[in-house]
Design a protein around this ligand. Structure first.
Ligand code: ZN
Length: 472
């Protein structure tokens, strides 16, 4: 069998550029320039430009977001939290900002607060691997490190359960049955909006008149009055109507007043962050960071000598013994002995168990060798000298965009666990991505070359997903 290095490459990802309405100073070009620094991890340079954009287009959500992530990656957790907070003041459902808040509070050791935000993010994007990894983190860390939560101003207390006064229900019922006019129902809504029982996001409502209220909204109100749906569902229906301009409510508060309240909330939030920092310092609070990526790469580089990769990879595959085989019913059954290296320290993701999935994948494939049917069997050995294949997970840079490589037929399999391409900092891949790379590389180990079908595991490139990256 030839000694050959099979590599798998990555598809790079892009950060989308928002459309700015202003032309002054061309924020769009500035945004691109800032992002060029950002992706190289030159966060200070990027932040200067994001700030310049924010002077032209204050509260531009995309810019605030990039700035917040840059601050977080630079270790400015409080500053990052303030930017995420601002985003949520305008877009309370923004999943990146909610997750960013969780990361920020986690980085300050306020784990209950972190948990709240990760849960809110998960409600809006339940399938997100990143959010679920963070949720798992907070659950573990809260059990491990008890701490006393920093006192929070009442005004900032989240309304987790919306409490609607009892008298609103009959009003909703009558309205749903057409017994009272929209105006009367609207005045009940106005009461709730002004008392912050219902939050209406500051979206511009459409001015054109909508003649008919959709049936589902009346149904919604009627179900709610009969306790068939909860307050949250009812409120969502109302929010929809106000946003679409189906119900026009003359909110007496001016935009100025609303802005003043936002500013006051922001001031309280800054004070709250200040008390957290003070507590962290006073308690000498031990903090476990929600994103383990930096820790993994730091420890890995520190112990680099121990792993001795260069030597291992340099040793040609001919130094490895050939796998044994037997012929059963005209099928070659090839036995691979695999030595599995330790995982890098500090890694919370378990790739040893997914390695079994990669074995299983190849075991179930019908392959051929020398024109004969072949089947693969894998066995893990702890004797390196007996191994036909040596599997290891690395976080070192094994080449621009290279996700892994393997000798063909037998020898070393190296799989990368993360890279710098998500947000300019080292970020770990998720378990599925590592498993895919591993399966691909193992394919080379058992002698397979690349194929041109993008759906085949032996296709030469792959877009990795990240385990903790906010931009992933
Ligand atoms: Zn390959």
């Amino acid at each position: 069998m030839r000694a050959f290095l099979g590599v798998i490459l990555l598809f790079s990802s892009f950060i989308s550029v928002p459309v700015f309405s202003q032309t002054l100073g061309d924020p769009q070009i500035m945004f691109k320039q800032a992002n060029e620094h950002f992706v190289k991890g030159e966060y200070n340079e990027a932040i200067v430009t994001y700030d310049n954009i924010l002077e032209i287009a204050p509260n531009n959500i995309s810019t605030l977001k990039m700035k917040a992530i840059a601050l977080s990656n630079s270790g400015y957790h409080e500053k990052s939290l303030k930017e995420f907070f601002k985003i949520l003041q305008y877009q309370p459902d923004d999943v990146t900002a909610l997750t960013g808040m969780g990361i920020g509070f986690g980085n300050l050791g306020e784990y209950q607060e972190a948990k709240y935000y990760f849960e809110e993010a998960a409600k809006r994007k339940p399938d997100s691997v990143v959010i679920n990894n963070y949720k798992e983190f907070t659950d573990k860390v809260i059990a491990k490190y008890p701490y006393s939560a920093t006192e929070k101003p009442d005004r900032l207390e989240k309304k987790e359960t919306i409490k609607i006064p009892d008298w609103v229900k009959p009003v909703a019922k009558w309205w749903s049955e057409g017994q009272i006019e929209d105006v009367e129902f609207a005045s009940a809504l106005l009461y709730m909006i002004e008392n912050k029982i219902i939050q209406i996001p500051p979206v511009e409502t459409k001015s054109e008149k909508v003649e008919k209220i959709p049936d589902w909204i009346r149904n919604n109100a009627s179900w709610w009055a009969e306790n068939a749906i909860n307050d949250q569902d009812f409120v969502s229906g109302i929010q929809y109507m106000v946003e679409k301009g189906i119900i026009v409510i003359n909110i007496k508060k001016s935009q100025d007043e609303i802005q003043k309240e936002k500013d006051y909330d922001f001031y309280l939030f800054e004070k709250y962050l200040h008390s957290i920092s003070k507590n962290v310092a006073d308690e000498k609070r031990y903090i476990e960071y929600p994103n383990p990526s930096q820790d993994v790469i730091k420890k890995f580089l520190r112990d680099y000598i121990k792993w001795n990769f260069e030597e291992e990879v340099k040793s040609a595959s001919s130094n490895f013994p050939d796998p044994t085989y037997e012929i059963i019913d005209d099928v070659y059954v090839i036995h691979y002995k695999v030595f599995v290296n330790e995982q890098p320290t500090g890694l919370p993701l378990n790739h040893v168990s997914t390695l079994q999935n990669s074995f299983l994948f190849w075991k179930n494939q019908e392959l051929s060798t020398n024109g004969q049917k072949a089947r693969m069997e894998f066995e893990i050995t702890n004797q390196k000298q007996d191994a036909n294949v040596w599997v290891t997970w690395v976080v070192r840079d094994i080449g621009q965009g290279v996700l892994g490589h393997a000798h063909l037929g037998k020898g070393v399999v190296e799989v990368t666990l993360g890279d710098y391409n998500c947000d300019g900092s080292f970020q770990l891949y998720d378990v599925k991505t590592v498993e895919k790379i591993m399966t691909h590389e193992l394919g080379h180990s058992i002698g397979l070359a690349h194929v041109s079908d993008p759906n085949n595991i032996m296709y030469p490139s792959l877009k990795p997903n990240y385990a903790y990256c906010l931009l992933g």
